[in-house]
Design a binder for this molecule. Structure first.
Ligand code: ME8
Length: 526
């Protein structure tokens, strides 16, 4: 069986369960979830995978410090992760944990295959070792020659390790990059990886350790445990049942259409992952997208600085859609984004409460006032002003579609909001209150109709991003038929005459008291 044409497989990184997730991790989830929802709306059979990377020295140490076994600790963390993703309505299809038996068993089979292929050899690993943290660092990871985690002295040490022979695949990887220029997005990241890391020559990768035991054992030499990347990256295929008794999902969804990662791990995904797949004789993913980092005023979010923004705080106070709107709107393609409480409140008030919320509210108000809430048919010939709105909206829709297709979600939101502004301008141009005074009911009905239609289209366009808000809009507009909510209906259908809007519209977003809320967010960053 070949991967089905209309299937779409999107993945997130599997995160280390080393603490509570902040809005950076939440952003990755929201992005993947939104892309999945968009693909579904476009008729794809979309499948989203997320999960946790549960092995390693660091997890073992944290667990011990809490008086738990590593397994007990990661079990708790997996529950916590699922709770946050549920609060954020993340519609993942599977949650893989590297401690799952289905993963561990297949990883060992994969390593055996590497061994049979002569891809792995035994060598010596040399690095800077921090005794208290029991962790190796490379020269460049050290901070002033000391441990980057605890600041204490490090010692140069060597230990026996297994290595993956990356050099063997170098030429094939170069060829692949040359033939698939869009493989890594954005392009500047692709150029960075290709130019700075692949072209100058690959280093073989150390894949095992003997200094700790919380990991998957090397099948040929159980005093070694696999160290990080073979264990972690393969989650994308073990979760689909690769090399297991039931590989239906693997056949249906592999190769992945999109791996979403942060910029910190694009190198591993852009180099090691394709090479592991080549070694297994599997197809490579179609695209890997590296997004930027969310940072705060004093740099990286960190518990020790007490400047971490947690998604629960924002969602519980401002709602899920407002939180998602901020994250997706502020994070432009591939770039870092500075989180500030000021910008959060500003976006909420100006874009959500004012531009979108007021447009809907004003329109519903006028419809009730002038036509007892019933949308009339178009009773007037289309004039220049109507045509300008319609043409503009149609052009915007094509633009937005293309932006969604290339995962430029911030830009697509900006273009959706341009439709909203244009529709607000349409009200100023047509001046319905004057038409009402003149008792020009025919013209007034047409204007109301065009407003309803513009709002319907806006609701469809925001459906993958702000589904709750989209639904509220449909409800207030009295649009119930599913065929008027589909992406196709952006082109073909329109609101029906006789549709009854809600009597009194509830505001979609209630304006925030600026200073108070800025203070609230600041005092809840910790
Ligand atoms: O690297 N802004 O796990 P991890 C945006 N287990 N995104 C952020 C972020 C920030 N400030 N901080 C973290 C690992 N992220 C490995 C991955 S995958 C096979 C193995 C997100 O817990 C972003 O997606 O360090 C980043 O790539 C990921 O969390 C790193 O998570």
């Amino acid at each position: 069986m070949m991967k089905m044409k209309n299937s779409f497989y999107v993945t997130t990184p599997i995160y280390y369960p080393s603490g509570k997730f902040h809005i950076g991790t939440a952003y990755t989830e929201v992005l993947a979830d939104t892309i999945k929802r968009y693909k579904q709306l476009r008729g794809y059979d979309a499948y989203m995978l997320t999960g946790l990377d549960e092995h390693g020295q660091k997890i073992q140490t944290i667990a011990e410090s809490k008086g738990l076994t590593p397994q007990e600790y990661v079990n708790q963390m997996a529950e916590n992760a699922k709770k946050v993703w549920s609060l954020m309505d993340i519609k993942y299809d599977d949650f893989i944990r590297t401690t799952d038996e289905r993963h561990e068993k297949v990883v060992q089979k994969i390593v055996n295959k590497f061994i049979e292929n002569n891809d792995i050899y035994k060598g010596e690993y040399e690095g800077w070792y921090c005794m208290p943290c029991e962790t190796y660092f490379t020269e460049t990871q050290l901070v002033d020659g000391k441990c980057p985690d605890c600041g204490r002295e490090v010692k140069k040490m060597t230990e026996e390790s297994y290595f993956f022979n990356m050099k063997k695949y170098q030429d094939r990887l170069i060829k692949f990059y040359e033939e698939n220029p869009g493989f890594i997005q954005p392009e500047f990241r692709r150029n960075e990886i290709f130019g700075n890391f692949i072209k100058p020559g690959l280093e073989d990768l150390c894949i095992s350790r003997t200094t700790f035991d919380w990991g998957i054992k090397m099948p040929n030499d159980p005093k070694h445990v696999l160290y990080v990347w073979v264990d972690a990256l393969t989650n994308y295929i073990t979760a689909l049942g690769y090399m297991s008794d039931d590989d239906t999902l693997f056949k249906k969804y592999w190769p992945a259409d999109l791996h979403i990662v942060g910029k910190d791990i694009i190198r591993f995904h852009g180099i090691y992952w394709p090479i592991f797949l080549m070694a297994l004789g599997l197809e490579l993913p179609k695209e890997i997208y590296a997004h930027g980092y969310i940072v705060v005023k004093d740099g990286k979010m960190s518990k020790s600085k007490g400047n971490v923004v947690y998604p629960e705080m924002l969602v519980n106070r401002y709602g899920l859609d407002a939180t998602k709107y901020y994250l997706l709107r502020e994070m432009t393609f591939g770039q870092d984004c500075l989180f500030t409480p000021e910008a959060f409140v500003e976006r909420f008030n100006s874009d959500l409460a004012n531009d979108l919320g007021n447009l809907l509210n004003r329109t519903i108000g006028m419809m009730n006032k002038y036509f007892d809430g019933v949308i009339q048919g178009k009773n007037d010939n289309e004039n220049e002003i109507d045509k300008a709105l319609k043409d503009y909206t149609n052009e915007q829709i094509s633009k937005i579609e293309q932006l969604f297709d290339t995962y430029h979600l911030s830009n697509s939101l900006a273009e959706i909001w341009a439709i909203i502004s244009r529709t607000n301008k349409y009200i100023d141009e047509t001046m319905p209150w004057i038409l009402a005074k003149e008792e020009n009911k025919e013209r007034l009905a047409t204007v109301m109709y065009n407003l309803a239609e513009s709002l319907r289209k806006t609701a469809i366009l925001i459906t993958p991003i702000l589904p709750e808000t989209a639904n509220k809009m449909f409800t207030q507009l009295g649009i119930t038929k599913p065929e008027l909510k589909t992406w196709e209906s952006l082109k073909n259908n329109s609101v029906e005459a006789g549709t009854k809007v809600i009597d009194k519209g509830e505001p979609l977003f209630v304006r925030l008291e600026k200073d108070e809320e800025i203070e609230y967010i600041k005092s809840n960053m910790n």
